[in-house]
Design a protein around this ligand. Structure first.
Ligand code: FES
Ligand code: FE2
Length: 452
């Protein structure tokens, strides 16, 4: 208790209980300051490279007041441009009403106001009556501004700060530990988004820990116990399951049933997960799980069921051209099951599927966010479905996610209560939450967790 009130600054401080003040979640002033201190400083995951396969393909990324055009400007070049016309400031590419972002294909960008025209690199190629400017539109003044851009994991990342550190440095150690999963090979199965009634941090934190599973998703507890850890990883954090004895940690992610008869509970859990979450598994895994009772004798141990299930599913997928990368179990123990990429992106990785969340501010309203989730898997070459971001009202999300939603709005309300004394995350299972706020405080200059 000698360190009472000590500000949390380093990873080792996160090993002890900390208190997180509510300000970062509920203060309108804090939300306004995030634009300049946070969103315009960090690397942000802006979209999938697969969405812009051909030259001229583009999409926009909207973050608060800012909008960025991500465009394939040459077969091997992806660029990012400020989505604003340098003439008098018209947004260059409009987001269609009700859509998450703009997406399309163009040979160039023509501003709808006075027709200034730009090539795919943002260079001006046409100005009506250009001579009226008396030759002053030089040195790039008539070009669209460039945004820092990088790619990793099959995503395009942007940074609005021209002085930003390289993406590679920013993503360490997450990118290295995730490399064996070959996430760039995965394609979306579905993508949903919604404007939700909570701060973006409340939304991200609802998925950044496993402590809530037993209470929020009690159905899962019939299938076995899952105790999960959370670790600070520099700017980022990751979470994983403590592997049941004798099993690979990956089977924690794949959630092997561990009840009386693991053949049956594995199948039950897979069917339940497929029907109610539509994530964290694939059709192949579900189908093979359903055959376990016919293909394995009664009394087969949980570890043996796990091994047979995964091995068989891997072979069936390989036969249709879906090759899962091989990841050493000891590596999995380090990589865990999900990464919280600072500040607002989560990658729930596995060898054959992944579930990703992102939450963004909704204007400067601290009580709202744009929340989205995308589920990816491996497909045979050329067989990935065409998907788009679908606006999905909260009631229409998979039921397991609705259980999480039920907490999110209520947390937002609760944190404003005069009697709320700040969050007290579990130092082992919810360290990811404390880690986020330790790092946020570095950017925001306030709101750091304190020891108590
Ligand atoms: S604002 Fe774009 S051409 Fe005038
Ligand atoms: Fe949950």
């Amino acid at each position: 208790m000698g360190e009472l009130g000590k500000i949390v600054r380093e990873a080792e401080d996160l090993l002890e209980p900390v208190n997180i003040p509510a300000e970062a979640y509920v203060s309108p002033e804090y939300a306004r300051e995030e634009r300049d201190k946070l969103w315009r400083k960090v690397w942000l995951q802006a979209g999938r490279l697969d969405d812009i396969p051909e030259v001229g393909n583009y999409f926009t990324y909207e973050i608060g007041d800012d909008s960025v055009i991500v465009v394939r400007s040459a077969p091997d070049t992806v660029g990012a441009l400020h989505n604003v016309c340098p003439h008098r400031g018209r947004k260059l590419v409009d987001v269609p009403p009700g859509k998450r972002n703009a997406r399309g294909s163009r040979p160039n960008f023509i501003c709808g106001y006075h027709g200034w025209t730009f090539d795919l690199d943002g260079k001006n190629t046409f100005i009506e009556h250009q001579e009226d400017w008396q030759g002053r539109l030089c040195d790039g003044l008539s070009d669209v501004g460039q945004v820092k851009v990088g790619t990793w994991g099959g995503w395009v990342w942007i940074n609005l700060d021209p002085e930003a550190m390289p993406l590679e440095d920013y993503l360490a150690p997450a990118a290295g530990l995730l490399e064996p999963y070959q996430l760039h090979n995965m394609r979306p199965r579905w993508r949903k988004w919604v404007v939700f009634e909570c701060n973006w941090k409340v939304a991200m934190e609802a998925f950044a820990e496993t402590y809530h599973v037993s209470t929020t998703h009690p159905e899962f507890m019939e299938f076995g116990q899952f105790r999960g850890w959370a670790r600070n990883q520099g700017l980022h954090s990751n979470i994983g399951y403590d592997a049941p004895k004798g099993q690979e940690e990956d089977s924690g992610k794949l959630r092997l049933g561990a009840g009386e008869d693991p053949r049956m509970t594995t199948a039950d859990l897979q069917n339940f997960t497929w029907d109610n979450a539509n994530t964290n598994t694939t059709r192949t895994l579900v189908d093979v799980a359903n055959r376990l009772k016919d293909e394995l004798p009664e009394g087969t141990t949980a570890a043996e069921v796990s091994m047979y299930w995964i091995k068989t599913a891997r072979e069936i997928d390989a036969a249709r051209g879906v090759v899962w990368p091989v990841v050493d179990p000891q590596h999995t123990a380090k990589a865990g099951t999900a990464w919280q990429i600072f500040p607002n992106f989560q990658i729930g990785h596995a060898v054959n599927n992944m579930l990703c969340y992102q939450a963004r501010p909704y204007g400067t309203d601290p009580d709202k966010c744009v929340f989205e989730a995308a589920v990816y898997e491996l497909y045979p070459e050329g067989e990935a479905p065409e998907t788009e971001w679908e606006y999905t009202a909260p009631d229409d999300w998979p039921p397991v996610l609705q259980q999480d939603f039920n907490n999110m709005a209520a947390v937002q309300q609760g944190m404003k209560n005069a009697g709320f004394r700040g969050a007290q995350p579990n130092p082992y299972m919810e360290r990811s939450v404390a880690s986020l706020h330790m790092n946020l405080a570095r950017y925001m200059g306030k709101g750091a967790p304190t020891k108590y």
